[in-house]
Design a protein around this ligand. Sequence first.
Ligand SMILES: Cc1cc2nc3c(=O)[nH]c(=O)nc-3n(C[C@H](O)[C@H](O)[C@H](O)COP(=O)(O)OP(=O)(O)OC[C@H]3O[C@@H](n4cnc5c(N)ncnc54)[C@H](O)[C@@H]3O)c2cc1C
Length: 602
Amino acid sequence: MAKKHTAEQRPYLFCIATLMRAMTPLRLLHVVHVLTVARLVSPEHYGRSTHVNDAECFDFVVVGGGTAGCVLANRLTEDEQTTVLLVEAGGDPPYESMFPGLFPAMAGSRVDKNYTSENDGRTQQCHRNRVANLTSGHMLGGSSGLNYMLYVRGGPSDYAHWAAAAADPTWAWPDVLPYFIKSERLEDPGLLNSPYKIYHGTNGYMGVAREHRSEINKFSEAVREMGHEVLLDVNGYRHLGFTNPLFNIADGVRQSAAYSFLAPIVHRKNLYILKNTLVTEVIFDEKNNAEGVKVKTQNGTILSLVARKEVVLSAGAFKSPQLLMLAGIGPRDHLEDLGIPVRSNLPVGLNYQDHVAVFMSIKMEESNAPSAPSNKHLFPLPTFVGYVALDKRQEHPDYQVVNFVVPHDSEFPFNLCAFGYWFDFDICHNLRNGGKGKTTLFSTLNILHPRSRGRVTLRSRDPEDPPVIHTGMFSDERDLDDLARYLEDHARIVNTTYFKSVGAEIVDLKLSMCRGLRAGSGQYWRCYARCMMNTMYHYAGTCALGGVLDSRLRVRGVRRLRVVDASVMPTLPGGNTHAPVLMIAEKAADFIKEEHRLFYNK
Ligand SMILES: Cc1cc2nc3c(=O)[nH]c(=O)nc-3n(C[C@H](O)[C@H](O)[C@H](O)COP(=O)(O)OP(=O)(O)OC[C@H]3O[C@@H](n4cnc5c(N)ncnc54)[C@H](O)[C@@H]3O)c2cc1C
């Protein structure tokens, strides 16, 4: 006999029944994921912020709980006798950062420190504020909590440059590859059952996987027709060609460094995490030994904290050089201008590099089919990526092209153009209107080995002031010429069979700067590149190996101080920078363990 329910129970039962009826398997999966992610953003997940007292001692103080900082905190605390304090200016990664599909909403949010470059009158002149918006993560996990999640390593020629700059062969490909593998937990069955398996790790902390979306299949033929190879993977022994990319996404969750390296080990008794706390100064003794740091906590308390063994700066390519210069480590003339006594005269802040990116949109077939609802657990769009050399005899790529297949009338390109990249609204409206009613291919090309260099300097002696950033992009005009040639090269895709069959055309952005130039001419692409240039967010090189640092990442001229983050790169790798930063931090952890004879788990 059916059980009778009370009047109070009935509304609840009605709600449950309605929910059950609406619950398709896909929706159920969503609910499970939402609950999982909700658990991930609970305060316990990334550990509670430590209470510290003035003059408290730790073996190591790691400054910055970003990409590199989380790896170091993990690896150094593998030795149970070693205490590590990780100090992070931001807090826990927010809920939205965990969903790969929400990455476009992260730039400009509360966890973006959003540094800006100076207006040099030459670059960013088609952007609303005429400066580069240099999005930077301000949370545990740092920029890995808001980046675009592409997992790319670069190749042997990149690390041959590093080894030469460091005068140390252990920075070459054969010696860095094991550290890429060590950090990785690959979850792609296709690759794991292929000859590429030997280039990948399955026991590391960083989840890596990829999506298999049928929308990209038709493009493989097009790029083959252009003479490119289609590869299963570009992270092993082949580095030229097009591929279905790997991402730092696994189980529908962004694999930020905080999620992958920190969350699993926050219970370790020898790890102390200080959140929402800014390191304002590195403290030295009279013999130039780094002794600890001064910090400003969330409530404004100033504390001095002691590092018995070392201070490690992992504050990223803008803030690590700033902290060094504030401590008197930097170019003599600049420090003297600000009245800072010089401790070590080094080229800190010079050698700033970034990949210059420029996008192109190609309209393809007409479509009015309803778009599938977006799934927050997936990368927002089907993607395929190419690594291209103009000289076919070359073994390393000149440019990278990241292609998104955009369903008709999606707001994605407009939002990225207007709110991610800050281009003038006219340009972004032309982008939207030019592709109306059609599927589009949104391609972002970037110059992998720019010659231009910029500079990071101090604005003042106040550690809370943002540094002054001159990106230096196109200061070497050959970069502009190269980028124009890459655009011209990629544009050939419209002449391939599939693109011709759908009457594909490059969307005319009606750039007023380029009025009067014949579309498609060399001069036009040069003008297009100048106008549509942007950062690829790969800030690097400001405390470079070989210049500022010795080959084991120790700051020259002082003791017990290291830098471990993207600023140590002497040149940019031929791909994105997140995986290389993980590799740098894994390698640095071994340097430290060797030198201090810590428990060593190779
Ligand atoms: C929008 C965007 C998209 C990107 N897309 C990709 C991509 O798809 N693939 C890829 O490989 N790379 C990508 N990158 C680049 C990559 O994410 C970075 O190169 C990498 O994460 C940098 O790591 P890091 O350790 O040097 O610095 P970060 O990860 O930025 O960490 C620095 C940390 O230090 C903290 N900090 C700074 N100063 C202080 C201080 N004084 N006291 C305490 N804490 C401090 C900051 O809050 C931050 O958490 C992207 C970057 C951005 C910004």
